[in-house]
Design a protein around this ligand. Structure first.
Ligand code: AMP
Ligand code: MN
Ligand code: MN
Length: 314
């Protein structure tokens, strides 16, 4: 059921033991929004705990209270009277789903989130879940400390490609401006987030070497096999290097995370890649979406390229 942000705030205010989670393969928005909400709720005297069922890329470990994030053990239970799921629908939270049977409030900005079986506040025009949590702070009468501001700003910055993507709107910049007034240091966050390990840069080089063009150069793709992919822990930003090719509408990165587990990232300048991802069992936004294909790499490439081809021709 769709709910308003005020209703989401009311549900949160009415409870005391709150479990917070976000999607696997967490990005700056997932980590930033959960950390910000946890800190707000604790300052309001509530018990709040984050569980994320994945490892987190090193660049985000600098965020305030990062060490508080726990990873659920396979059959772990957690005593909570509300679960808040941020930046995703429920199908991407891994074992966090099994921690409790408490009611769920889901807050998200993905168009593909249909809110099946949960109370959902979805604002698809919000650039990031952090933009929504910024507004939720006012509804909760929560104080935004410099630490909370740093977490929220990180989500705004990462989901908008540092305020460059088409999801950047006036409210995004207004929120960012307010967060800077509250103590955020934008250059500190940018310097932390742009850091890459040597292995990652070598991985980027391997990815660029794998570049393939399709459909009259309208589609560009990079393919990383498991032997290469396992040598570094993040492909964040790789796809942006080929998205810029002037003829390209759709760019993709296909990464063999493990044998028969292929992770797809897509970016577009016009085609609705959320629809392509949705068809392949994933989701996302019109211009940035993804999915995981559980099959051998060469088969995944064929299926993906065919699905993109249908959309590009339309
Ligand atoms: P990425 O390419 O990983 O940066 O993801 C691009 C966008 O698509 C992000 O907003 C993700 O949250 C979303 N996304 C990626 N993979 C999936 C998936 N398997 N299911 C739903 N949304 C996804
Ligand atoms: Mn995210
Ligand atoms: Mn997001």
């Amino acid at each position: 059921m769709l709910i308003t942000l005020t209703e989401a705030a009311r549900r949160i205010k009415a409870t005391n033991k709150i479990l917070i989670t976000a999607h696997v393969q967490p990005d700056g928005d997932a980590i930033g929004s959960t950390l910000a909400l946890m800190q707000m709720l604790r300052a309001l005297g509530k018990s709040a705990q984050i569980f994320i069922d994945d490892t987190v890329r090193k660049n985000l470990h600098m965020l305030p209270s990062f060490e508080e994030i726990r990873r659920p053990k396979p059959d772990e239970k957690f005593d909570a009277d509300l679960m808040v799921v941020l930046d995703t629908s429920l199908d991407r939270i891994g074992n966090a789903r099994k921690l409790t049977d408490a009611p769920i409030v889901n807050i998200d900005h993905h168009v593909t989130n249909k809110g099946e079986g949960v109370d959902l506040y979805v604002e698809t025009k919000a650039a990031a879940t952090c933009e929504i949590i910024f507004k939720l702070a006012a509804e909760l009468d929560a104080t935004i400390t410099p630490e909370i501001a740093t977490c929220l700003y990180t989500g705004l910055a990462t989901d908008t490609g540092f305020f460059q993507f088409s999801n950047t709107r006036a409210e995004t910049l207004a929120a960012a401006s307010e967060l800077i007034k509250l103590g955020v240091s934008p250059h500190f966050i940018s310097e932390q987030l742009e850091k890459k390990s040597l292995a990652e840069v070598r991985g980027l080089s391997a990815a660029l070497n794998s570049l393939k063009m399709f459909y009259g150069d309208k589609v560009a793709g990079m393919i990383l096999d498991h032997a290469t992919a396992k040598t570094f822990d993040s492909t964040e930003g790789f796809i942006d290097e080929i998205r810029v090719i002037e003829t390209v509408d759709v760019a993709f990165l296909l990464t063999e995370k493990a044998p028969n587990v292929c992770r797809v990232s897509m970016r577009s300048k016009g085609v609705n890649v959320a629809q392509i991802a949705d068809k392949l069992g994933g989701g996302g936004h019109v211009r940035a979406a993804g999915c995981t294909l559980k099959m051998p790499l060469d088969e995944a490439e064929k299926i993906l390229v065919a699905a993109i081809g249908e959309a590009v021709d339309n």
